[in-house]
Design a protein around this ligand. Structure first.
Ligand SMILES: *[C@@H]1O[C@H](CO)[C@@H](O)[C@H](O)[C@H]1NC(C)=O
Ligand SMILES: *[C@@H]1O[C@H](CO)[C@@H](O)[C@H](O)[C@H]1NC(C)=O
Ligand SMILES: *[C@@H]1O[C@H](CO)[C@@H](O)[C@H](O)[C@H]1NC(C)=O
Ligand SMILES: *[C@@H]1O[C@H](CO)[C@@H](O)[C@H](O)[C@H]1NC(C)=O
Ligand SMILES: *[C@@H]1O[C@H](CO)[C@@H](O)[C@H](O)[C@H]1NC(C)=O
Ligand SMILES: *[C@@H]1O[C@H](CO)[C@@H](O)[C@H](O)[C@H]1NC(C)=O
Length: 822
């Protein structure tokens, strides 16, 4: 009997298996075990069981990707418990999924009657129901308008106003259960449309209104040569969508619990690679700093009140809970005339209740807001057109974020006195500063004369004694008070005992010195347990107090990535601050690539691996870590190599320790190394992630060429590497840049790609340079066409590019004339 049944099952399967292709017709039945395959073989539709679950679901997944990645599920909330499910087109023309007892458990709800309905799986992953007779090919129903947790290229996230349909993402409950989870991501139509990530009804993240070419809160998501984003708004539809320009690259956007993630598939490693996600830092969490507070993840603490406002609840505010926000210091007085404070780099506040007028100019917008006493702020609605359109706010301003790089101008209404007072205050400050510096100058010169006299008399005194402060006996005798001891134990910061460090480095033996940089001397050491460490003894010019130093170290210790040197802890003794790192056997990159004898150690494949590793580390610092970090001093000597020649970026985060407050987009203290500094940073002190990109580009060119950016000699002329590379590029001889000592086998394509990318990163204008995630994408993407680079910034520490160029190529070079004529 059993055998008979099995035979029957086998026969029936045989029968149904004969049906193949991408289309389901009213006469056919799709049973468990059978699949529809899109015409080009990109997607597959069929029954599957997710993860460890034994339940059956009808879904769509990639055909060509070996890791089953389900992009759509039909019966999310009602699974089948056996393999007897089937899909067919019912009498009304709707798709019906039935269980073994022919009970419908899921169906589409199209209302129009179809004379000849067919269901088809398309190559973009869309499963559509349409009338085979109709000429217009319009879809009666489509899976693209009923997404699960994944937004594929071409899908629309938003509203079909005519049909009253909403398309939104809802997470899977967990990886074994595709039922509707607690997190949703959808487009809210009120005010200026924005998308919200919610947990239940609570808002977690908001991406800000569309400002012409991107969302206000996602400045890094601008369209590039791989992927382009669009926001369509008309009478019938309002939606967000994206498309992939290079079809060799597979992208997907997925709502994965509390994160919106963007993945790219790499055939070479056969896995999905996460390359972007939100919410990313503390400032992405909705209303982190309350009404009238703004959040900047480069500040510590991250919350600040908008100028003219003060913390509503100072106690909580000081405890770093900014959620109560800020209150106005001086009341508005519409009659007497208020003014506007301009803030830049802003993610516009919640626009749910804002009013948008696209047709007017920003100036009209200002006047309109000024005239209306209940208007509290305004901004341009379309920055792609150079700042047109008008958004005005009449309710409290919430969820403001400030970016170093990105965002837009935002104007907040303040009482006239607040604005005037401010300029008065500024004057006073300037006067005080001037008087103070004059006094200091006077005192200084008197002091200098005094000191000079004294020094003559007592040359063996103070200065020779000072270093002894650090000698062994001083330290052994000085013990910590109990109070201090307990404080050390209470903190989660890994603190090393000073004695431990002394023993490990043999009392900072000169023979153990392995490096010296702007931030101090590095010693090799060995802990009693045998672990090798590197101790960086920070120079004393730190601008910070002890508490801030500890905070920063705690923060940096939390940054962990395979391509960053791991900070093991720190040691604080008197005025001395030391950082303890893992030790790297192969020291720094510069000790190898610039050394004729050692450079053959690094074959091309290793160099390529190093370039990718550095890019990964930087992507992590710039966007993946909770705290966005700009390195500011990326160079070959800051890239360390471990036993396997894996690159590790070191000295990251030191800019924070030394820079103190000026982590803003502008600094008076230019820290970094000439030759690696972007022109805008070296000359104007403006830095951003793009300054790191510049340094990365220089580094890539150095790795490829084995030459230092500074001081190459070409027929007796000293020119910099960038100028040299750029010339070769223009002459079409760029492969000459490649390190001759390498010989051996290398992929010309990879070398070319790296040089091209290097030049792309060192372009003079920061805006032209790619972001690090894009760099990584370009490095990994196999079939990707890079845009032509524009001329690089030739900053070499002494002169600006044009001067340098005319100096180094005195005559007979055609490309020079072109550059100078620019
Ligand atoms: C669909 O057909 C049913 C009966 O066959 C009819 O009552 C209904 O009006 C039709 N609907 C449309 C939109 O034509
Ligand atoms: C759709 O209609 C065309 C012509 O009317 C026919 O040739 C084709 O077989 C139909 N396709 C399906 C899947 O029924
Ligand atoms: C979601 O999964 C959890 C276990 O992870 C389970 O307890 C819960 O019942 C599931 N919710 C639904 C709606 O299935
Ligand atoms: C969800 O995110 C986690 C980590 O961010 C990742 O490991 C996992 O693969 C993701 N799940 C999906 C379905 O992409
Ligand atoms: C914004 O400005 C650009 C350039 O003028 C224009 O193409 C676009 O349609 C505008 N967007 C809106 C929403 O008005
Ligand atoms: C003034 O602004 C408020 C809030 O934005 C708005 O509700 C009101 O309509 C505006 N009044 C006029 C006359 O524009």
């Amino acid at each position: 009997m059993k055998t008979f049944l099995l035979l029957l099952l086998f026969l029936s399967n045989l029968f149904y298996n004969s049906f193949a292709g991408d289309t389901l017709t009213p006469n056919s039945l799709l049973k468990d075990g059978q699949t529809l395959i899109s015409a080009g073989g990109f997607f597959k539709l069929g029954f599957f069981s997710p993860g460890s679950s034994t339940m059956k679901y009808l879904g769509i997944w990639y055909m060509k990707i070996p890791v089953q990645t389900v992009v759509w599920v039909a019966n999310r909330d009602i699974p089948l418990s056996d393999s007897l499910g089937s899909l067919k087109i019912g009498e009304t023309g709707n798709l019906i999924l039935s269980d073994g007892l022919q009970r419908p458990i899921w169906s589409t709800t199209a209302t129009s009657n179809l004379s000849n309905p067919i269901a088809q799986l398309l190559d973009n992953g869309n499963f559509v129901l349409r009338n085979n007779d109709s000429i217009s090919e319009s879809y009666i129903w489509e899976s693209f308008y009923n997404p699960s947790d994944t937004l594929l290229p071409g899908m629309k996230l938003g509203w079909n106003l005519k049909a009253g349909l909403e398309s939104k993402l809802t997470t899977w409950n967990n990886s074994n259960d595709p039922s509707n989870g607690d997190y949703t991501f959808n487009l809210d139509l009120s005010g200026s449309p924005e998308m919200f990530l919610r947990h239940g009804s609570q808002i977690i993240y908001r991406n800000g209104p569309w400002t012409g070419f991107q969302f206000s809160g996602e400045p890094e998501m601008d369209s590039n040569s791989y992927i382009s984003f669009d926001f369509i708004s008309n009478q019938d539809e309002i939606y967000y969508t994206y498309k992939v320009i290079d079809s060799s690259v597979t992208f997907r956007l997925v709502l994965n619990q509390s994160q919106l993630q963007r993945y790219i598939w790499y055939d070479s490693v056969s896995s999905w690679s996460l390359y972007w996600y939100v919410p990313r830092d503390q400032c992405d969490s909705y209303a982190e700093c309350g009404p009238y507070g703004f959040c900047n993840s480069n500040y510590s603490p991250v919350c600040r009140c908008v100028q003219g406002f003060k913390p509503k609840n100072p106690q909580n505010w000081n405890l770093r809970d900014g959620s109560d926000g800020c209150v106005r210091v001086t009341k508005l007085d519409c009659e007497k005339g208020d003014g506007f404070l301009k803030m830049n780099g802003i993610k516009l506040p919640d626009t749910t209740k804002a009013i948008v007028i696209q047709s007017i100019s920003l100036e009209e917008c200002r006047l309109r807001c000024l005239k209306n006493c209940s208007c509290l702020a305004y901004a341009s609605a379309n920055i792609s057109a150079g700042g047109t359109g008008c958004i005005t706010w009449g309710t409290e301003l919430i969820d403001l974020k400030q970016f170093i790089d990105g965002g837009q101008d935002f104007y907040i209404r303040l009482a006239a006195s607040e604005l005037k007072g401010n300029s008065k205050k500024k004057h006073i400050i300037i006067i005080v500063v001037v008087i103070f510096s004059m006094l200091m100058l006077l005192l200084g010169s008197i002091g200098y004369c005094f000191w000079k006299n004294k020094k003559m008399k007592n040359i063996t005194g103070y200065w020779r004694n000072k270093p002894r402060q650090l000698s062994f006996d001083t330290v052994i005798t000085g013990h910590l008070s109990d109070d201090e001891e307990s404080r050390r134990q209470n903190t989660d910061l890994p603190l090393f005992n000073f004695e431990t460090i002394l023993i490990a480095t043999e009392n900072f033996l000169i023979a153990n010195k392995i490096g010296e940089g702007g931030f101090g001397i590095v010693y090799k050491g060995k802990l009693v347990e045998g672990q090798e460490i590197a101790v960086k003894r920070l120079s004393k010019s730190s601008l910070q107090g002890l508490e801030e130093f500890k905070n920063e170290v705690k923060l940096i210790a939390k940054l962990q990535h395979i391509n960053l040197v791991r900070l093991l802890g720190c040691c604080i003794q008197g005025e001395e601050n030391m950082l303890v790192y893992e030790y790297m056997q192969n020291r720094s990159l510069d000790t190898i690539i610039f050394d004729k004898a050692r450079s053959p150690l690094l074959s091309w494949p290793i160099r390529f691996k190093i370039i990718i590793g550095i890019a990964r580390g930087l992507v992590y610092l710039h966007q993946d870590s909770r705290f966005r970090i700009i390195h500011r001093d990326l160079k070959a000597s800051n890239i360390l190599l471990d036993k396997e020649m894996n690159p590790k970026i070191s000295d990251f985060g030191l800019a924070r320790i030394f820079g103190g407050e000026d982590t803003n987009a502008y600094t008076k203290r230019v820290m970094g190394t000439y030759g690696y500094m972007s022109p805008e940073y070296a000359m104007d002190g403006i830095f951003s992630v793009k300054s790191d990109v510049f340094s990365f580009g220089v580094l890539v060119l150095e790795i490829v060429s084995g030459k230092k950016n500074k001081g190459i000699h070409i027929s007796d002329e000293r020119i910099n590497l960038l100028a040299y590379a750029w010339n070769l590029w223009k002459e079409g001889k760029i492969l000459e840049l490649f390190d001759a000592s390498l010989g051996g086998s290398y992929s010309e394509l990879e070398v070319l790609r790296c040089i091209h990318l290097g030049l792309f990163c060192v372009q003079e204008r920061a805006d032209d340079r790619p972001s690090m995630p894009l760099v990584l994408l370009m490095l990994s993407g196999a079939n990707v066409v890079l845009p032509q680079p524009k001329n690089p910034g030739f900053w070499d520490g002494e002169r600006s590019s044009e001067m340098k160029m005319s100096w180094s190529f005195s005559a007979n070079d055609m490309s020079v004339t072109k550059l100078e004529g620019r």
